[in-house]
Every structure is written in structure tokens, then in C-alpha cells.
Design a protein around this ligand. Structure first.
Ligand code: NDP
Ligand code: 5RP
Length: 491
């Protein structure tokens, strides 16, 4: 029997679909799932999904790790699609003695960038190439073409590029998978945990994309009193307009979905959002980097607040909001204002996300990012894909040194056009006592960023008052002063 081109460990939702995708693309795959559920999962996979393939012989199942390894061509390319965290260390520890120098291990899960950097370094010392590759697109993406964000060992990439680009999504005929990590001259370089960091920020952006649509739905349902089918229609119209956005399309489908009782299922789902950690990691890194990623921050916090379901229900009987008012404006024009609030907030979100990436890659991994290439990578396959990314890509093509997307002409003009709608939406939300944390955080950032004189002079004076932390004068930047604010009086 021919040896496999690649091995995949982990046959849950992502792993099994990636295997099918690999076979569709002509690759022969060695597959393995660990002991506990191994027999059932592997047997089930081999007998059901794999059998339906035209070329089922291209899947070689193994019930032990050493046969799995022996069945792969050298240098071996092994993709881990298992739960992030300790399982990766367990499997890497088991695999390492079975491998030869020059073999490649790719972690396709949602691992934390610092873990990936640690594993990359340990494995490099024993002659193995480790790559952290962010994979996005869920089940459908894995099956038909995900967005893939590979980082880590450059040599590993040279041996896996053809496979990863073949199975990735394509946008405008180009693969949504290219190397993360450039040196100062723009040449590819090894990048430790950079691929997983990019995936983390991608997920943070995903949390905020979802939150913006959730806020739009909340306002339409509870202020505009729209039926969910009408909300779905509005989302479809936005999607058909200039906001072609997969999440919008999926959200409209969710809103329209009725259960066997003829009720909208979404209204029966407990309003307490879960999270596995990637959004939070993005916020933590933004804090470490000193980059204001306020829209992601509010989106992560909104999930935390939602999870306080019992406390919120109790508070709702005690804490008072504005008295109920009927919306007396023009419904169609408020729906359009909400669309513009979503789009304007999205611009702020992506400006913050790209700033976080540009600031963090050199600091954390000693490498740089081609932002236009990344926008292309996110253009297909992944959960945040939308035509909006074309504008992001164009902005970075026009100016590869662009530090903040808000300084791009297209975004300057769009924000100028949309800002009054955005303000009206937030005022309406406030007057009706409806939370709009992501819309509001985005607008506050916009107003702060365009404000030439913030009240931070007072913060500096306060710091100096209580802690002699010093301040600069407008006329003497770089020179630090301390003032005796209470002029010797005891405090
Ligand atoms: N689901 C999604 O939409 C997406 C998921 N991801 C990421 O991809 C990875 C895989 O996700 P998904 O397919 O959903 O599966 P899960 O995250 O549910 O992981 C299940 C797989 O991990 C294996 N596993 C768990 N613990 C161990 C261990 N200690 N040793 C060996 N194997 C172990 C399981 O084996 P067993 O069957 O024996 O329990 C199973 O194959 C995760 O990191 C996830 O965050 C990325 C993008 C999208
Ligand atoms: O990685 C993913 C998509 O690319 C995950 O599906 C998604 O982000 C899950 O995250 P959470 O459970 O925190 O909402």
C-alpha cells in the first residue's frame, strides 16, 4: 500500500472533515484517534464517511500511534485536530519518540500562542518542525475549504504549503492560506506562535462581529418591535447590498428558523453566552500591547454579563430603567441607521484588530505581517469572511505602512457618511434602556481618536497630585515636571 501524504490525529468535527477535504484534493491520509473513543470514532468514520468517498483507499486508519506514523511518507506531515491545551502536549510527547528529524507537526486547533511558541522551541531543539496553524470555518470550512493561518517553522511550511493551500478556501482564485511571519525585508521567516496569535485575533474579531449583529437584533426586536422574520429580511437586504457577509446570512437563517411548534427557536435559547477563551486571550494581549481593542473587549465582557443570567433576572425586578416608550420615529430609516451603525462599528473593530496584530507580531515573535495578505486569507472560508475585507485589503495595498485603517480615505469617508446614523442608534438605545456595548465602545473610540485634546491632562495632574508621577507640559514634550499641588497643606 502507498504511504500517506499526511497524517491527521483527531477525528471530531474538524479533523474528520479535513480528512475528507484532503482526500477530495487527491491526498492519501493516515488517520488516528486516541484510545478512549478510538475504536468507535475511527471505525465509524472508516465505515461511514470514508466509504462514501470515490477514493476511500486514500484513507489509512490505524488503531495505534506507531502504525499511524509508519504509514506516512517522510518527512512526515502530521496535523493535530484535537482539543487545545494539555491534550496537545500529551500527544506531542507520545509522538516525538516515534518521529525522525525533519518531520513536521502542525497544531490546527485553537491553541494559545504562548503554548505554541514553547512547543516550537522544544521541538526545534530535537530537530522537529512545529507549526501552529489557525484553522477557521467550522465544519463546513473544514470540509470544503477553510481559511488557514500558518506560522511557526518556516522549513515546515515549505514542506506543507502545497497541501495546506490546496485544501484551503479560495477567494478571487487565490488560496486563503499564506505564511504568517516576515522579516524586516518582507521575506518569510520562522514565526513561533504567530499563526495561532493571528487566529486568536481573528476569533476576537469574530466575537465582536457576532455581538454587533446581536445588538442590531436586540434593537430591532425590542425597540422597533419587529417580528423576527422582518429582522431576517432586513439582514438579507443588507447582505444583498454592499455588506455581503457570511455571518449576516447565517444569522438571518437562525432568526427565520422555526421549531416543530412553529416557534422561532432562537427565542427559546437561554441568553447566556459561552466562550472557550480565544476572545479573552485577544483582549489580554491587547492590554499587554497597550492597544485599545475596545470593541473586542466589550464583546467578551458582554458574554460575561450574559452569563450572569440568574443575577440579571433578579436585578430586573429591582433596578429601574426608562419608562417604556413606543418608538415613534420612522422604522425604515432607523433600520437603515442600524445598518450604518453596524458598518461603522465594524470599521473601528477591524482598525483595532489590525493595530493589535501589527503591534504584537514584532514584540511577541520578532516578525512582521503583510496586512493585505491577511485580509485575503480572511476573505474566504472563515467565520468572519465578508466583502468588507476587500476594503481592508485595498487600504493596505494602497499603503502597506498604514498604521491605522481609520486613516484610509475610503474608511474616512464612510465614517463621515455614517456617523450621524451611528449616533442616532446609540441615543435611541440609551433612551430605551437597551444595552449597545459594542456600538458604544466603537463610537467612543472614534470620538476619542479624532479628539485633539482629551481630558488626560487632568489624569496626569491627578497622578502627580497623589503620587508625584510627574507630567509634561504641552509646550515642553519630553520634559517631566512635578508640582506641589496642595502647596504644603496636609492632605
Ligand atoms: N469546532 C469548530 O468549529 C472549530 C474548532 N477549532 C479547534 O479545532 C480543534 C478540534 O476541534 P473539534 O473538531 O471541534 O474537536 P474538539 O475540540 O471537541 O476535540 C475533540 C478531539 O480531541 C481529541 N482529544 C481530546 N483530548 C485528547 C487527549 N488528551 N489526547 C488525544 N486526543 C484528545 C478527541 O479524542 P476522543 O475522541 O478520544 O475524545 C477528539 O478527537 C480544537 O482545538 C478547536 O478549538 C477550530 C476552528 C473551528
Ligand atoms: O475557532 C472557532 C472558529 O474559527 C470556534 O468555532 C469559535 O470561535 C468558538 O469559540 P467560542 O466557543 O469561544 O465562542
Amino acid at each position: 500500500m502507498d504511504k500517506a501524504d499526511i497524517g491527521v490525529i483527531g477525528l471530531a468535527v474538524m479533523g474528520r472533515n479535513l480528512v475528507l477535504n484532503l482526500v477530495d484534493n487527491g491526498f492519501c491520509v493516515s488517520v488516528y484517534n486516541r484510545t478512549t473513543r478510538q475504536e468507535r470514532l475511527l471505525q465509524e468514520f472508516l465505515e461511514k464517511e470514508a466509504k462514501q468517498l470515490v477514493d476511500a483507499k486514500k484513507i489509512i486508519g490505524s488503531f495505534d500511534l506507531s502504525s499511524f506514523v509508519i504509514n506516512i511518507k517522510q518527512p512526515r506531515r502530521i496535523l493535530l485536530m484535537i482539543s487545545a491545551g494539555q491534550p496537545i502536549d500529551y500527544v506531542v510527547d507520545e509522538l516525538t519518540p516515534l518521529l525522525d528529524k525533519g518531520d513536521i507537526i502542525m497544531d490546527g486547533g485553537n491553541s494559545e500562542q504562548s503554548d505554541t511558541t514553547r512547543r516550537y522551541r522544544v521541538l526545534r531543539n530535537v530537530g522537529l518542525h512545529f507549526m501552529g496553524i489557525g484553522v477557521s470555518g467550522g465544519e463546513e470550512g473544514a470540509r470544503h475549504g477553510p481559511s488557514i493561518m500558518p506560522g511557526g517553522s518556516l522549513e515546515g511550511w515549505l514542506h506543507t504549503k502545497d497541501i495546506l493551500q490546496a485544501i484551503s478556501a479560495k477567494a478571487d482564485g487565490k488560496p486563503c492560506c499564506s505564511w504568517i511571519g516576515l522579516d524586516i525585508s518582507g521575506n518569510p521567516t520562522s514565526s513561533e506562535g504567530a499563526g495561532h496569535f493571528v487566529k486568536t485575533v481573528h476569533n476576537g474579531i469574530g466575537y465582536a462581529d457576532m455581538q454587533l449583529l446581536a445588538e442590531a437584533y436586540h434593537l430591532m426586536r425590542d425597540v422597533l418591535n419587529m417580528d423576527l422574520t422582518e429582522v431576517a429580511e432586513a439582514f438579507d437586504n443588507w447582505n444583498a447590498g454592499n455588506l455581503e457577509w457570511r455571518l449576516l446570512e447565517n444569522t438571518a437563517e437562525i432568526l427565520r428558523f422555526k421549531d416543530k411548534f412553529g416557534d422561532h427557536l432562537v427565542e427559546k435559547i437561554r441568553d447566556a453566552a459561552a466562550q472557550k477563551g480565544t476572545g479573552k486571550w485577544a483582549v489580554i494581549e491587547a492590554m499587554n500591547a497597550g492597544v485599545p481593542a475596545t470593541v473586542i473587549n466589550e464583546s467578551v465582557s458582554a458574554r460575561f454579563v450574559s452569563a450572569l443570567k440568574n443575577d440579571r433576572v433578579a436585578a430586573s425586578t429591582k433596578l429601574v430603567g426608562p419608562s417604556h416608550q413606543k418608538f415613534d420615529g420612522n422604522l425604515a430609516s432607523m433600520v437603515d441607521d442600524i445598518r450604518k451603525a453596524v458598518q461603522a462599528s465594524k470599521i473601528i473593530l477591524y482598525a483595532q484588530g489590525f493595530m493589535l496584530l501589527q503591534e504584537s507580531l514584532p514584540r511577541l515573535f520578532g516578525c512582521y505581517l503583510n496586512c493585505a495578505d491577511l485580509a485575503q486569507m480572511w476573505r474566504g472560508g472563515c467565520v468572519i469572511r465578508s466583502t468588507f475585507l476587500d476594503h481592508v485589503k485595498n487600504a493596505f495595498i494602497l499603503n502597506p505602512q498604514l498604521k491605522n485603517l481609520l486613516m484610509d480615505e475610503y474608511f474616512i469617508n464612510t465614517l463621515a457618511d455614517f456617523q450621524m446614523s451611528w449616533r442616532r442608534v446609540i441615543v435611541t438605545a440609551i433612551n430605551h434602556g437597551i444595552p449597545a456595548p459594542a456600538f458604544s465602545a466603537a463610537l467612543s473610540y472614534y470620538d476619542s481618536f479624532r479628539c485633539p485634546r482629551l481630558p488626560a491632562n487632568l489624569l496626569q495632574a491627578q497622578r502627580d497630585f497623589y503620587g508625584a508621577h510627574t507630567f509634561e507640559l504641552l509646550e515642553q514634550p519630553g520634559v517631566f515636571h512635578h508640582n506641589d499641588w496642595n502647596q504644603g497643606k496636609p492632605q
